[in-house]
Design a protein around this ligand. Sequence first.
Ligand code: COA
Length: 354
Amino acid sequence: MLRSVIAGSGSAIAPHRVTNDMLARIMDTSDAWIRERTGVETRYYVEPGTRTTDLGVIAAERALEMAGVAREDIDLVVFATMTPDQYFPGCGGLLQSRLGLRPVPAFDIRQQCSGFLYGLQLVDAHIRAGLARTALLVGAEIHSGFMPWGPGSWARLAGDVEAPLEPGEWETTTSVRHLTVLFGDAGGAVVITAADDGSRGVVDQALYADGTDAAKLCVPGNGFARRPYVDPEQIRRLEHVPVMDGRYVFKMATTRMTEAARALLERNGLTPGDLKLVLMHQANLRINEFVQRSLGLSDAQVCHNIQRYGNTTAATVPLLWDECVRGGRIEPGDAVLMVAFGAGMTWGATLVRA
Ligand code: COA
């Protein structure tokens, strides 16, 4: 039976490191609050003008190098992002061209924080169906574009201006502080190859979506329910910034990630103790600690990097995978479970033999 093996991985971290104390220069927040409630200590932002595809290209080049795969061998591209370079066309085709790949099929998918897991299923289905043999799966995001901060805020964030922020802008930045402090910019990529050896590869996946409560985590403006789809009034009302019911998302993430992990393990005759490592989407360290306790996982079985990068949406799982492989925490044959929950709502789990 054909299996989809993750043959190489790569990451791209944005250049500007932003600490919680730096954020406290431009909104009413503190390092203590952010660390305690979310676990985030730093996140990284790109230079203005950098595109999501740029991060994807860097991560993909590193993944190709690790896999030892030539560009002409790639026969499928899947790009998971909710922050594309532009409204259309999507990042998949742009990445295909930037990397000099053959004109192979390229999909963009929008499952937010579950994007990487959905992408893995799409690639795995193509490989099992004989439609692809060597695929590139990318998850990349530039969230800094969501920040409704004017030039004065950015200058203070960078430490270029010391005078306090004008009160109106302080009020605006503070009004979305529960959201903005969470996110960072990054890209992750994996090269996935078809293998006949059944001992390695994607074993099984359980993915879910339920749009009933989509409005609890969404970008309310800049869509084609409006005419025109974007205008200055929408921006003035901050409708280009995601709305998030944090408590609801926290509760659903802990519940759904635990359920998906249990369901997948059960139908594969495994227990949490059989896993070498569990890679959870990095949205909030407290969410992941809760899931760890619910599943009875030891500290050695989980790995987090949200402290350094914040939530990077579709990039979190490939970033973690890449760090763990390069750090020797994942070795060929290891049973690894990936679990994610995100806007949509979408969620799921993927079981892989590394
Ligand atoms: N700094 C300081 N205070 C903040 C703050 C910040 N960055 N953000 C919110 N607060 C304040 C609130 O205004 C509120 O103040 P009040 O009590 O005076 O009204 C207080 O902290 C508690 O707010 P609440 O929203 O109830 O906090 P919380 O403990 O639920 O933490 C989140 C907020 C966002 C960190 C948390 O709900 C969360 O992480 N949810 C999941 C988010 C997520 O996973 N998103 C990605 C989707 S995959």
